[in-house]
Design a protein. Structure first.
Length: 166
């Protein structure tokens, strides 16, 4: 995978995340905080789980060890979630903008949340982040739709149809 491909995937990822956030801004705080039977709980739990993954992988890509797990309780309001999400999204897109083809093909070392050491190829983990986001955006989209605030279609082909051509 090359830089252009990764940049397109992360542009899609950002576009889809923006659609989820725009829909989530319309729910009440009670709806944002409400529990649900999804794997990470309700809307807040699902969004925080996806945000944690985005943040921890970004730290790993930047060579930062450790990292603190984000918990839903860390975000008592949608505004508190949105502030952290905005920062991580900006930092993630800055990383993507600066990545090189050589870096994408290279291995990097990191420790998982249990401290176990791993080595992976950078682009593999970047593709994982986009794919992981797709799974949890789908869960969030289902919850938002049930609450009357569908984010609309999130398919990559919709993004590509709307994206400006070079």
């Amino acid at each position: 995978m090359n830089k252009q491909d990764v940049q397109m995937l992360f542009a899609y990822n950002q576009w889809a995340n923006d659609r989820i956030v725009a829909a989530a801004e319309k729910v009440t705080e009670a709806q944002f905080l409400a529990p649900a039977s999804y794997p990470h709980g309700g809307l807040r739990g699902t969004l925080v789980h996806a945000l944690f993954a985005d943040g921890i992988w970004l730290q790993r890509w930047n060579g930062i060890r450790g990292g603190v797990r984000l918990n839903p309780e860390d975000f008592p309001t949608f505004a508190s979630y949105r502030a952290r999400q905005s920062t991580i999204a900006q930092d993630q897109m800055a990383f993507v903008a600066g990545v090189t083809d050589a870096a994408l093909a290279a291995e990097f070392a990191f420790a998982d949340t249990k401290g176990v050491a791993h080595t992976r190829i950078l682009w593999h983990t970047m593709a994982h982040v986009v794919n992981h986001g797709t799974q949890h955006r789908s869960e969030a989209a289902a919850m938002l739709t049930d609450l009357g605030h569908s984010p609309g279609d999130l398919d990559i082909v919709i993004f590509l149809s709307d994206a400006p051509r070079n």
